[in-house]
Design a protein around this ligand. Structure first.
Ligand code: HSE
Length: 294
């Protein structure tokens, strides 16, 4: 039996729209073994079918390689909420691809794993950090997926503010303009370079300015009820920067000091949307696979 652990991810990181992704210390886990029939437990009954994304991803790799699709027994253990901008689908995809690789001894290279996961997800910005950990930029040009790791100073902590409502990526993309002014694009690319430096050095002096994106956040904020209130709460509790995690609905505060999580969660209690604050840091390991005998 194989145990697989995959980190949640926070894509975009403000000005890195469709490019940056950060793995965080919040994990989806599963146990998987070959079986004589498909058996899925540990998730809502609606996901215990052949359509389950972990199983679909497992099957996809085997079919691509013309291997027989052996049934599996899959036990899922994950609290990563669905459609909240924390890369829950990337966690499923990476888990399924790694399950195929391990159970069928495929010996796929890192680049092959990235390629299969990206083909399944449709974009690399969540699957690359989910597989490899840390902060990464990724970009697909034709059939080639370029990816690059960037350091994050250990002084940074990330607090995810997770509401009770979902926001589908397709909906959050529909509100974006089709074109942008030259000034907007130049501002964003300049901020991206300075953001990477601020994350590397730990100098948070201007972090809020460098996270302040003009490509997607102004349009998506409107879809996230109580955005301004949560931003104010985060800043009052010491956040040096704030951004929409992925396409939302989760919001992310970036801190460089310890946060009183109990007080922070208390201050969210009066809000309508049952926001939970999760204390996270950068996951540097990425997906982890281990074989167990029982
Ligand atoms: N980078 C994409 C977006 C995917 O913001 O729409 C988010 O997970």
């Amino acid at each position: 039996m194989v145990h697989i652990q995959v980190p949640a991810t926070s894509a975009n990181v403000g000005v890195g729209f469709d490019t940056l992704g950060l793995a965080v210390t919040f994990y989806g886990e599963c146990e998987v073994e070959l079986s004589d029939k498909l058996e899925i437990t540990g998730c809502p009954v609606a996901f215990q079918t052949e359509d389950n994304l972990i199983y679909q991803s497992y099957k996809y790799v085997l079919e691509k390689l013309n291997k027989p699709v052996t049934p599996i027994k899959l036990k899922i253990d994950s609290d990563i909420p669905f459609a909240r901008g924390l890369g829950s689908s990337a966690v499923c995809i990476v888990s399924g691809v790694l399950a195929a690789n391990e159970l069928h001894e495929l010996h796929l290279s890192e680049s092959e794993l990235v390629t299969y996961c990206t083909q399944l997800e449709g974009h690399p910005d969540n699957v690359v950090p989910a597989l490899l950990g840390g902060l990464s930029a990724s970009y697909q040009m034709g059939d080639t997926i370029f990816y690059q790791h960037y350091p994050v100073d250990e002084s940074y902590q990330f607090v995810a503010f997770v509401p009770d409502f979902t926001l589908e990526t397709a909906v959050a993309r529909d509100v974006l303009p089709e074109s942008y002014s030259l000034k907007t694009v130049v501002n964003n690319q300049a901020k991206l370079l300075f953001l990477l430096e601020a994350l590397k050095t730990g100098d948070a002096t201007n972090l809020d300015k460098f996270l302040d994106d003009d490509i997607h956040q102004p349009y998506r904020k409107k879809l996230i009820d109580e955005y301004d209130i949560v931003e104010n709460i985060a800043k009052k509790s010491g956040a040096k920067g704030f951004y929409i995690s992925g396409s939302g609905s989760t919001l992310m505060g970036v801190y460089n000091q310890s946060v009183n999580m109990e007080a922070l969660n208390d201050s969210l209690k009066s809000l309508k949307h049952h926001w939970r604050a999760l204390d996270l840091s950068v996951d540097y390991k990425g997906a982890n696979v281990c074989h167990r005998t029982i």
